[in-house]
Design a binder for this molecule. Structure first.
Ligand SMILES: Cc1cc2nc3c(=O)[nH]c(=O)nc-3n(C[C@H](O)[C@H](O)[C@H](O)COP(=O)(O)O)c2cc1C
Length: 340
């Protein structure tokens, strides 16, 4: 099985949900939210792609860096590369029950582990969503990071206790899901979080706490001051709120404010190793990839996810070599330029 076959299989499996486009850019999605696309007009999703596309690379090949080292350390754990699997969950709501929640979570978590990296798992109104993620992480001996919706603190801490039992590497809250209608509609509270709320959550666990869905310097500073150890600069793949900026628009400002004091992760529209290099040059420590890995999971299970991640890492290696970078620390704003 090669990646082309994985994508062809995914096209069959995802008929009516996702067209498995040559480039997943949100321009031709048959579904929005619920589904695979973006919220509303889909502008937030497309903006992620556009905000990355305006950055170009400075090709540089007269240099001594003949070997490229992509290894990356996440909270004391060595990863093969700075590319993590994003949380893609909610099979019943998003895919009409056609896909199995446990199989998706398992493919993402085990595929990422097999590639030497780590995946995040999701949460949703159906308890099966969070349970599926934890089951996959347990099977991977704790090699995963569960993301919990911004529920009441009591409900979050209850789920953190469950996450701790799996031996998870860290725990995250997708704070940008505070307006998620599919939760409130069925009586499950999601809410904006105050600094005091985050302090209480951070103090409740010894696991590193990551806040996902940070799009402003102000929120990044609250995360830092409240005991989070990492953030994901993310607009939820354009699914939380229409017409947000792209993540590559806001990343440089956020990284300038908190990098070195918080682990800065980013997602949204990352489709190639070149995109990974751009995000690292814009200030991220590492990236998360969402939809392309989900497609690989649907077409090839854990093996498909592993292959897709390794293809991205291979492209990153080439991009580093051709921009004069030997290690991740060499990737700076000097490798890119903004043409618009
Ligand atoms: C169908 C679908 C389900 C998702 N479910 C979750 C979730 O449960 N928790 C979460 O934090 N993010 C969730 N996300 C957002 C992704 O983790 C990630 O932020 C986003 O997909 C990144 O953008 P990309 O898909 O363009 O790479 C979901 C995204 C999609 C497309």
């Amino acid at each position: 099985m090669d990646l082309q076959e994985v994508r062809e299989k995914a096209r069959e499996v995802l008929k009516g949900i996702c067209r498995v486009c040559v480039v997943c850019d949100g321009r031709n999605c048959p579904t929005g939210v619920p589904g695979i696309g973006g919220a509303g007009t889909g502008e937030g999703f497309r903006r992620n792609i556009a905000s990355l596309a305006r950055w170009k690379l400075n090709l540089r090949v007269l240099h001594p860096r003949k070997i490229q080292d992509t290894t990356f350390e996440l909270f004391g754990h060595k990863l093969s590369f700075p590319i993590l699997g994003g949380a893609i969950a909610g099979a019943k709501v998003n895919f009409g029950g056609r896909l199995d929640e446990r199989e998706i979570a398992r493919a993402l978590v085990l595929g990422a582990k097999a590639a030497g990296t780590v995946a995040l798992t999701g949460d949703g109104p159906d308890p099966e969503v969070f349970a599926a993620g934890l089951a996959a992480i347990r099977e991977a001996d704790g090699w995963g990071i569960p993301v919990i919706k911004p529920r009441s603190n009591k409900e979050i801490i209850k789920r953190i206790r469950e996450a701790e039992k799996t031996g998870a590497l860290a725990v995250a809250i997708d704070v940008d899901a505070a307006g998620l209608f599919n939760m409130t509609r069925v009586g499950q509270v999601v809410e904006p979080k105050t600094a005091e709320d985050i302090i209480e959550i951070a103090r409740s666990t010894s696991l590193p706490l990551i806040l996902k869905g940070i799009m402003t310097v102000a929120d990044a500073k609250v995360a830092l001051a409240s005991g989070a150890v990492g953030i994901v600069v993310s607009n939820h793949g354009g699914r939380a709120l229409d017409h947000t900026l792209g993540t590559a628009d806001v990343l440089p400002g956020i990284a300038a404010a908190v990098k070195g004091r918080l682990m800065v992760l980013v997602d949204g529209g990352i489709r190639s190793g070149v995109d990974v290099l751009k995000m690292l040059a814009l200030g991220a420590d590492a990236v998360l990839v969402g939809r392309p890995l989900f497609i690989a999971a649907c077409g090839g299970g854990p093996q498909g996810v592993k292959m897709q991640l390794e293809a991205l890492a291979q492209e990153l290696t080439v991009a580093m070599r051709l921009t004069g970078c030997g290690a991740l620390q060499d990737i700076s704003s000097e490798v890119i330029c903004n043409v618009m």
